[in-house]
Design a protein around this ligand. Structure first.
Ligand code: FES
Length: 192
């Protein structure tokens, strides 16, 4: 059996020469940009996935650990009535709880330290017997009634009572405004 003769490159017709061209180099040239394109899409997809996962994770963390504002307790004990001298304004809870405790002959009441003008904190001036606001000069009597400056109304009072152990119990979640007639509420004054 005789072998089919292989034509040399010079003896090929133009069509045969085109068909016989080696293809690997052409494929190489086509596949390099394709690979780059694939890799760039891969990185874009990966980055998108990572961003989406990160966002979802932060939502889960926010749900598990929400922002909580820790405020001082609204209810607290303030010692025994006999710890307070008649005729005095006690300032020991001013910074921590934002109140003054006033002891008069008939009993006790609790004033808010928030000025009713724009919310500054007045000072108790013992020598002058009044609360004076450093911001715009409002003045309040020991009772909390405003008498000078721009404050439009008296200081507010908070609920005061006696706890089971005989200590003074103050509840800042319940306030009383004089201009609404709420100082007549027995919870705004402790008779001792
Ligand atoms: S805030 Fe007190 S007088 Fe203005």
């Amino acid at each position: 059996m005789s072998e089919t003769p292989v034509p040399s490159q010079e003896n090929l017709t133009p069509t045969q020469a085109q068909v016989a061209k080696p293809a690997p180099q052409v494929l190489e040239e086509v596949s390099a940009p394709g690979r780059r394109k694939f890799l760039s899409w891969f990185f874009v997809a990966w980055a998108s996935f990572a961003a989406a996962t990160g966002g979802a994770l932060s939502l889960v963390l926010r749900f598990l650990f929400p922002n909580v504002l820790f405020e001082p307790k609204s209810e607290f004990k303030a010692g025994y009535p006999n710890d307070y001298e008649v005729g005095t304004v006690d300032t020991r809870f001013k910074d921590r709880f934002g109140v003054w405790i006033v002891r008069v002959a008939e009993g006790m009441y609790v004033l808010s330290t928030i000025c009713t003008h724009l919310g500054c904190t007045p000072n108790w001036l013992d020598a002058e017997g009044k609360f004076k606001c450093p911001c715009h000069g409002s003045g309040f009597y020991k009772s909390g009634i405003n008498f000078e400056g721009p404050a439009p109304r008296p200081l507010e009072r908070f609920k005061i009572s006696l706890a089971d152990d005989g200590q003074i119990l103050i509840d800042k979640s319940k306030k009383f405004q004089q201009e609404k007639g709420e100082w007549n509420n027995p919870e705004s004054f402790l008779t001792v």
